[in-house]
Design a protein around this ligand. Structure first.
Ligand code: DLL
Length: 434
């Protein structure tokens, strides 16, 4: 099995990597100043000339960019190349506002593909694998992005896209799928569907690896997935604005490697915009170092994570971002306390009687925020005795209170009654926003 896609780059000493980053940053600033009226104006307004950026340390002089900038310049106002240089568009769903459009040159597709080929190789995926891609194909970046990256490693791709779950499982068995890529929520759905059909992933399929992401999920959910399906579950991160799925954990399962020759990663205090110390939690900010069509400078993705520059056990020197909690705007503020749905998930998944599906509902009653969590019981814990139910609800409420520091009303609901998702799951209903 190949350990590294490009050992020279992946194991490059940090000093050298940082030198490369500095050089690429300077070139990038000249490039965007010349090619993007948006950035030229932004730099002019901030009183920055391209020659002011002389190396990596000058990055903090540069203004941030935001998703709002992409929306305000919809569809292609931030692009640095004319249409005849583009080979593809992807478009976000626009569920939380105007959609954002991302364009790619041929080189952009190549660097995206390389990023994923390195990542998938670091998990041990390659020529002998059959990878079933259950991320949506189309305007969403998940399907096509993974497709090109997986093909590059030499593995055989089964492009099922999302949905049609029974057929997914049938093909998995018939064609010998060894790797599945989809959202963790969709894989949970597949686990249930397989169980209902009397199929065991361990005994009836060749499945050994899952590459799960596109939404926050917890370490505890990883344990559940690995135990119930017998596979190794890896985390994959990316956003459409940066290209799509881009980075994964390596086999150490201890943080997601961000390729530093392609991306400059910072973690900042969301309030002050200042960098937090290495190892402290903050907001992820990324500068694309090699993108041509839509370079992004100090892009405030909004995801909350921790940056780690320690060399990984796998020998890769590129920095890692630790499990992403979610976007700052996914964060609920309940009676003044910050709550990420992924924190709720990690508490729930530690309680064996609680099933994998839950829904958080927040209301405001008499000026007071009320948070309710609906949960399903596992089959094992199933009971129709009122006392058992009340006791479990109390136990879960106490566990949530212990970690979140707020009173949560817990409601046990019938197995199968909460929505299942074939893509990104909706885990929160915030009635205060209606
Ligand atoms: O979800 C790209 C992708 C496709 C990533 C397939 C991984 C696999 P967007 O639709 O633009 O792009 O959503 C990006 O999803 O900013 C995070 O908030 C969240 N997200 C993605 N991966 C993870 C992850 C794709 N592993 C947004 N953990 C990001 C936590 C994640 N959140």
């Amino acid at each position: 099995m190949i350990e590294y896609w490009n050992p020279q780059i992946e194991r490059m000493p940090v000093e050298e990597l940082k030198n490369i980053q500095g050089g690429k940053l300077c070139n990038l600033i000249i490039y965007v100043y010349e090619h993007s009226p948006f950035y030229r104006k932004q730099f002019d307004d901030a009183g920055i000339r391209p020659e002011d950026i002389k190396g990596l340390d000058d990055v903090t002089k540069l203004p941030f960019t935001y998703k709002k900038d992409l929306r305000d310049t919809y569809p292609t106002g931030m692009f640095c190349v004319p249409n005849n240089k583009l080979v593809r568009f992807h478009v976000s769903s626009g569920t939380t506002g105007k959609p954002t459009v991302v364009g790619y040159t041929d080189n952009d597709i190549k660097s995206w593909t390389t990023s994923l080929a390195r990542a998938l190789t670091s998990i041990g995926i390659g020529r002998n694998d059959i990878m079933q891609i259950g991320y949506g194909y189309g305007l969403f970046t998940g399907g096509l992005g993974m497709h090109y990256g997986a093909e590059e490693t030499g593995c055989t791709v089964l492009p099922t896209s999302s949905g049609n779950t029974d057929r997914q499982i049938e093909l998995m068995q018939d064609l010998g799928t060894s790797v599945i890529g989809c959202t963790p929520s969709y894989f949970l759905f597949m686990i249930e569907a397989a169980k209902e059909a009397g199929i065991s992933f361990q005994e009836d399929t060749n499945l050994r690896i899952g590459v799960f992401g596109a939404e926050p999920w917890s370490e505890e959910m990883r344990k559940r997935i690995e135990e119930s399906s017998g596979i190794k579950a890896y985390d994959i991160f990316g956003t459409s604005e940066l290209s799509g799925p881009l980075f994964t954990e390596c086999r150490e399962q201890n943080g997601i490697h961000v390729w530093a020759d392609q991306f400059l990663v910072e973690v900042i205090d969301p309030e002050t915009g200042e960098p937090v110390a290495d190892g402290e939690r903050g907001e992820l900010v990324i500068t694309t170092l090699v993108k041509e069509a839509l370079p992004l400078i100090r892009y405030r993705i909004g995801d909350i994570t921790v940056l780690n520059w320690d060399e990984c056990e796998c020998g890769r020197t590129h920095p890692r971002i630790m499990r992403v909690l979610g976007r700052a705007d996914d964060m609920l503020i309940v009676r003044g306390i910050n709550v990420f749905p992924s924190q709720v998930e990690s508490v729930l998944m530690k309680i064996p009687e609680v099933g994998e599906h839950f829904m958080i509902i927040v209301d405001r009653v008499n000026e007071l925020d009320i948070m309710k969590v609906q949960i399903e019981m596992t089959d094992l814990a199933f009971s129709d005795k009122v006392n058992d139910i009340i006791n479990l609800e109390k136990k879960v409420a106490a566990a949530l209170k212990g970690v979140l520091n707020i009173a949560v009303k817990v409601e046990l609901v019938e197995h199968g009654s909460l929505p299942r998702s074939m893509g990104k799951a909706k885990k929160v209903i915030d009635n205060r926003k209606l």
